[in-house]
Design a protein around this ligand. Structure first.
Ligand code: FE2
Length: 260
């Protein structure tokens, strides 16, 4: 339990948010070890625990063993419910083909018990880090956007898109909304609401192969966000992808931070 102070004499609460782990246990272990050194009050996940990576069951089991609460990503709900595709969008036909191969591998390998866990994950999660006895701030987690977990809340979305999402989620000035899904970290404020894309732990697409997550400090003086990056054993992940019978190009994407 940190809590240190933001100068007001009242405690600051420190939270870690991990998203889009995508079956990459090596990256998850490194991210959790980094978080453990930062004296956080709690860690939450924002979904897409499975898909693309060779360790979907191991990732779910580690998240559950550590008691990390979280929400459902598009990959989680589609695998859990046997949807025909993961609901992912790819402009490049090579990425599209890899995505299809990964999806059928994942559907085949996730155990029944773990599918049941994925099906149990909520669509959104609302936190009140400074306590429910205070009016705010509220911190809301969704995987993609307020409407569907397949919708991409990219950094270049106009503010009118963000305003719609803020309204739909019932957020107000001083609150924060966190999401993932694009695998590219960013933050900005719209109408006083802090928007945070956490980036991806197990499959970053911003050209930096290191695991990405978001760290948030919440105090009476406001909200501060940072994006630690954590190097991990890429060779271990790439070797496991090949050994699992997944396309080797999925390993290339890990090494390059998103490209083939
Ligand atoms: Fe994802």
């Amino acid at each position: 339990m940190p809590p240190d102070s933001d100068g007001s004499g009242l405690p600051t609460v420190r939270l870690a948010f991990i998203s889009d782990i995508h079956g990459n246990l090596a990256a998850l272990e490194a991210a959790l070890a980094d978080i453990a050194r930062r004296d956080v009050n709690a860690t939450y996940h924002l979904g897409d625990l499975v898909g693309y990576g060779p360790w979907p069951n191991e990732v779910i089991e580690r998240i559950r063993a550590d008691g990390i609460a979280g929400i459902a990503g598009n990959y989680d709900t589609t695998v859990a419910l046997g949807h025909p595709s993961c609901g992912c969008q790819h402009d490049d036909p090579r990425h599209k083909a890899l995505s299809a191969a990964s999806y059928s591998w994942t559907r085949e390998h996730v155990t029944v018990a773990n599918r049941q866990y994925l099906a149990s994950l909520p669509f959104r999660l609302d936190l009140r880090p400074l306590g429910g006895h205070r009016a705010g701030p509220s911190v809301t987690l969704v995987h993609g956007a307020a409407t569907l977990n397949t919708v991409y809340w990219r950094e270049d979305r106009p503010d009118r898109f963000s305003r719609k999402m803020i309204l739909r989620l019932g957020a107000r000035e001083g609150d924060a909304i966190l999401f993932g899904h694009t695998h590219k970290p960013w933050t900005r404020a719209v109408d006083g609401c802090t928007l945070v894309n956490t980036g991806s732990v197990g499959r970053p697409k911003d050209g930096d192969p290191r695991a990405s997550y978001a760290l948030m400090e919440v105090g009476t003086a406001g909200i501060r966000v940072s994006f630690p990056r954590v190097g991990y054993d890429l060779d271990r992940a790439v070797t496991a992808i090949a050994a699992a019978g997944l396309p080797r190009e999925l390993g290339t994407i890990l090494r390059t931070g998103g490209s083939l």
